[in-house]
Design a protein around this ligand. Structure first.
Ligand SMILES: Cc1ncc(COP(=O)(O)O)c(C=O)c1O
Length: 347
């Protein structure tokens, strides 16, 4: 394992059990549906989220893009939460590749309710791009891992049905949301036309996301995966790790939530530090350093000198995400290092 402690949940490395499963996985040509391990993963995913079918995608970014393409035509408008991954961190694929117009909508701590969405729904007009799709991010990364509950999804569904608008959930961390809200994952997918979730983040698989929906939707999404160059042939080698990751997901992710809450307490105890959100709902902690301390990028650089990797997300904010390779000792190591850096002060 790498000596670097990374507070990105994308940094997780496969466990020994995953590596064993990868070595032993029966494989085939998945582009023709002949990989039994991928098929098993897709079936398990569909069952977990209560959707008809699933397709294994190489990344969350491709899952989102393939979903947008399946739901829209070029020139359509897509409502995206203003700070969502789809809006800000997918290289503009929604516009460049899908040919859609992103319409940013600011939610309440990342959570979009009907009152945020409704003003953007208007009768057809030749002057306007037609809103065809709403994208919800659950949990919301930039808002600090906040979770959209089933009742809000139901409200969005009722609104969107009245306007013939589809709903896609970027659920990269949907299983974290299910834990935070104490619901089964399918409760968060029931009112969405499509949903994706990451296998490669806190669950520990090396790559991949599942994209789920009706049979008809998944057929279109599978074709889009091919179009985007995401047909992976003997993908069972990596799907096998994801199957292991899914086995004990609730216990696994609960540990991350417990550690994230503990980390927030440890960081708050440092002078000039405030954490957000409070309380920590899932596995993401944002840490604001006040103007008496150094700038966030400087802090991140100095943490990296101590082999601790994290994101500076604004001039005064750092982001820490807990995952399967962060233990209690890593929290202590981070808090001690950050305390030292703050004591040393700025340049
Ligand atoms: C909310 C969200 N959606 C989508 C993605 C994209 O996932 P990938 O890195 O697998 O493309 C990420 C990645 O961090 C994310 O945080």
């Amino acid at each position: 394992m790498s000596p670097l402690v990374s507070f990105y949940d994308t940094a997780t490395e496969p466990t020994e059990a995953m590596r064993d499963a990868m070595r032993d996985a029966p494989v085939g040509d998945d582009v023709y549906g002949h990989d039994p391990t991928v098929n098993e993963l897709e079936e398990r995913g569909a069952e977990l989220l209560g959707k008809e079918e699933a397709v294994f995608m190489p990344s969350g970014t491709m899952a989102n893009l393939a979903a947008v393409m399946a739901h829209t035509c070029r020139g359509d408008a897509v409502l995206v939460e203003a700070r969502s991954h789809l809006a800000r961190a997918e290289a503009g694929g929604l516009a460049v590749v899908a040919g859609c117009m992103p319409v940013p909508v600011r939610g309440d701590r990342g959570i979009l309710g009907a009152r945020h969405v409704e003003p953007h729904l208007e009768p057809p007009d030749d002057h306007r791009a037609s809103v065809r799709l709403l994208c919800v991010e659950n949990t919301h990364n930039r808002a600090g891992g906040t979770a959209t509950p089933p009742e809000v999804m139901r409200e969005l569904r009722a609104l969107c049905d009245g306007w013939d608008v589809r709903i896609h959930v970027d659920g990269a961390r949907l299983l974290n949301a299910a834990i935070a809200l104490d619901v089964v994952p399918s409760a968060l997918a029931a009112d969405a036309d499509s949903v994706c979730f990451a296998l490669s983040k806190a669950l520990g698989a090396p790559v991949g996301s599942l994209l789920l929906g009706s049979r008809r939707f998944v057929t279109a999404a599978r074709r889009n995966r091919k179009l985007l160059g995401g047909g992976m042939r003997q993908a069972g080698v990596v799907a096998a790790a994801a199957i292991v990751g899914l086995e004990d997901w609730r216990r696994r992710l609960e540990e991350d939530h417990r550690r994230a809450a503990r980390l927030a307490d440890m960081l708050e105890a440092l002078p000039g530090v405030v954490t957000e959100p409070q309380p920590v709902p899932t596995n993401i902690v944002y840490c604001h350093i006040d103007s008496s301390g150094p700038l966030a990028q400087d802090v991140a650089d100095r943490l990296l000198e101590r082999e601790i990797f994290c994101a500076a997300t604004s001039s005064r904010t750092l982001r820490f995400v807990t995952h399967c390779q962060i233990g209690d000792d890593d929290l202590q190591r981070l808090a001690t290092a950050l305390g030292e850096i703050l004591e040393e002060g700025g340049e």
